[in-house]
Design a protein around this ligand. Structure first.
Ligand code: DX5
Ligand code: ZN
Length: 216
């Protein structure tokens, strides 16, 4: 059974408290929070103040996905805001090893996200330092995009690497996840499914979350 992490990027931002309440009552495992800076990706979302307020409304783990340059500058700030898992992009981290250790040092789980074009073997030398690898199955920046089919190959390769290196990070898939691909993603080796548009544009988000959770 996968972990399900609905992305609040697709929630109604004028009613974030309602979205949090819905997720609390649902079978969602984590809140997925997409932070964008308009530099690393061509879009802006929200930052620490919004996450800090949301944190007061939920006890579920906060999975914070930083799509920002120089993420190492904000590690402590996101910890203070309530992040439990902090994911930085490989493409935005010059000193990834140091950044991963700083994240763990501050008491959070450390994640690394890979853009669709980045090969999974680029993480080979730091696999033991990673708690979660987020494979982007769309180009980051927007919700509601089409799933990139090549992701399955990357999951396979990453699962092989995990086995051969005897490490145990989680494999998270982010972008275009829905019921047509969820089950195959799990079969291929995914542990965590992020879903934004599929959950929040559905008429019954609680049932939609449940359908992802029990897709296997
Ligand atoms: C994209 C974000 C995703 C996004 C997923 O840059 O990282 O988390 O919200 O949304 P959907 O599920 O709509 O593709
Ligand atoms: Zn995300």
């Amino acid at each position: 059974m996968p972990l399900v992490a609905p992305s609040l990027l697709s929630a109604d931002f004028t009613r974030l408290a309602d979205a949090a309440d819905m997720l609390n009552r649902s079978e969602a495992d984590w809140f997925h929070l997409d932070v964008m800076d308009g530099v690393f990706v061509p879009n802006l979302t929200f930052g620490m103040p919004v996450i800090e307020q949301l944190k007061k409304l939920s006890n579920k783990p906060f999975d914070v996905h930083l799509m920002i340059v120089q993420p190492e500058r904000y590690i402590e700030a996101f910890k203070q805001a309530g992040a439990d898992i902090l994911t930085v992009h490989y493409e935005a981290s010059t000193h990834l090893h140091r950044t991963l250790h700083a994240i763990k040092q501050s008491g959070m789980k450390a994640g690394v996200a890979l853009n669709p074009h980045t090969p999974v073997h680029h993480l080979e030398e730091v696999l033991a330092d990673i708690d979660l690898v987020c494979l982007m199955s769309v180009n980051p920046g927007f919700g509601g995009q089409k799933f990139i089919e090549n992701t399955y190959k990357k999951i396979e390769k990453l699962a092989e690497l995990r086995q051969s290196s005897q490490t145990n990070f989680l494999i998270e898939i982010d972008g275009g996840v829905n019921l047509t691909n969820a089950s195959k993603l799990i079969d291929t080796g995914a542990d965590v499914l992020v879903a934004g548009n599929f959950v929040f544009s559905s008429s019954n988000p609680i049932e939609t979350i449940k359908s992802l959770k029990y897709c296997k």
